[in-house]
Ligand binder design. Structure first.
Ligand SMILES: Cc1cc2nc3c(=O)[nH]c(=O)nc-3n(C[C@H](O)[C@H](O)[C@H](O)COP(=O)(O)O)c2cc1C
Length: 377
């Protein structure tokens, strides 16, 4: 393929580079994948207002998310097993984000550890927390994120129990991959991926293995989540986490106005309107369709961010127009990473920036901070 021009181009390249089980892990939603599909489709249904004969010079996409300067309102979402899309994936993506001037969020369920990512970055990144039953381990994760000088904690609220993704079950997903004929074949047909993977020692869950008590090995996210994640997690625990962390807190996975109000009352710095990229409750509405209602209810008290289905700079602009102060991309950067490593993540960000910049101009705006619902047709 010639130079990738769209996120869809990167997705096609990633499919050719990444073993099926890991490509499918990124490209999947829960059950019928209806919410996964709605996240993208509902963005397409929003139309923009074309304006003409206005000065389009000196444009800027710079703004802030939770008071931190960003070159555009797009952060990299926390994604588990990113180091299986490409060797050392989290370290590469974090460096690409840092160079681009946007936040990188490291998942609890990453392959590279908090310390690995800190060792290759010079600016603070964000850390996403899953809450396990073992609060001692949770505290340990929080303290490690503090020691690594992470500048925000993203508490994921929508995965106390894990949604069922058929592709992962059928593929027998694990990290490191099992060495059955099927899995060996999937890897053998992706030689570039294998070569890179052979150069690294990071092939398991870096934040967990060797840190959680009695856990020498951790093949499956699903098994770990089922056994260790705390299904009793409640709003009371959020107060405890906020106190232990003591820094900027973002609550991720809010899709309901009432929950948004609860979240605002916790004193969180931001909430992320999200359905986990359609990977949890299939049949839930798309994130973008819920955004305006949640903005109306709480944006005067807490910064509102959104993720799910963003595949272009136009989508980011639509989200900002509907009241989001910031957005996150999950699959778009994973496809870039799988396609071309660090350069692919940079490419994904460049594609989105260019689309956003041109679209903003054609809507008659020059500063992202001036973008509001007046650009929606
Ligand atoms: C492969 C994959 C792994 C993910 N792992 C996590 C995770 O570990 N923690 C988390 O909070 N969200 C996780 N998410 C959800 C993302 O943070 C984000 O909400 C979602 O990807 C946004 O939708 P998009 O992929 O359409 O941009 C994951 C998403 C994907 C695609």
């Amino acid at each position: 393929m010639t130079k990738p021009l769209t996120i869809a181009d990167l997705k096609k390249m990633a499919q050719r580079r990444v073993p099926k089980m890991f490509f499918d892990y990124a490209d999947s939603g829960a059950w019928t994948e209806s919410t996964y599909a709605a996240n993208e489709a509902d963005f397409r249904d929003i139309k923009l207002r074309q304006r003409v004969l206005v000065d389009m010079t000196n444009r800027t996409l710079e703004t802030t998310m939770i008071g931190q300067k960003v070159s555009m309102p797009v952060a990299l979402a926390p994604t588990g097993m990113t180091g299986m899309q490409h060797a050392d994936g989290e370290m590469l993506a974090a460096r690409a984000a840092e160079e681009f001037g946007v936040p990188f969020t490291l998942s609890t369920m990453s392959i590279c550890s908090i310390e690995d990512v800190a060792s290759v970055t010079t600016k603070p990144f964000w850390f996403q927390l899953y809450v396990m039953r073992d609060r001692g381990f949770v505290l340990d994760l929080i303290n490690r994120a503090k020691a690594a000088k992470c500048s925000a904690l993203v508490l994921t609220a929508d995965l106390q129990i894990i949604g069922q993704r058929h592709k992962d079950l059928r593929n027998g997903l694990s990290a490191p991959p099992k060495l059955t004929p099927k899995h060996i074949w999937q890897m053998a047909t992706r030689p570039f991926w294998c070569m890179e993977m052979m150069k690294t020692k990071r092939r398991s869950f870096g934040n967990i293995v060797g840190h959680a008590k009695g856990l020498a090995d951790l093949p499956s996210i699903t098994t770990f989540a089922n056994e260790q994640f705390d299904p009793q997690l409640s709003w009371r625990d959020v107060a405890w986490i906020k106190e232990q962390w003591g820094g900027p807190l973002i609550i991720k996975g809010i899709l309901d106005v009432e929950d948004a109000r609860h979240a605002a009352e916790t004193g969180a710095d931001a909430i992320i309107v999200s359905n986990h990229g359609g990977r949890q409750l299939d049949g839930a509405p798309s994130s973008i369709s819920m955004l305006p209602k949640i903005v109306d209810a709480v944006a005067d008290r807490v910064e509102v961010h959104v993720d799910g289905g963003i595949r272009s700079g136009q989508d980011v602009l639509k989200a900002v127009a509907l009241g989001a102060r910031g957005t996150y991309i999950g699959r778009p950067f994973l496809y870039g990473l799988g396609a071309m490593g660090k350069d692919g993540v940079t490419r994904a960000l460049e594609i989105i920036r260019k689309e956003m910049d041109i679209t903003m101009a054609l809507c008659g705006k020059r500063d992202i901070k001036d973008v509001d619902s007046s650009i929606i047709a």
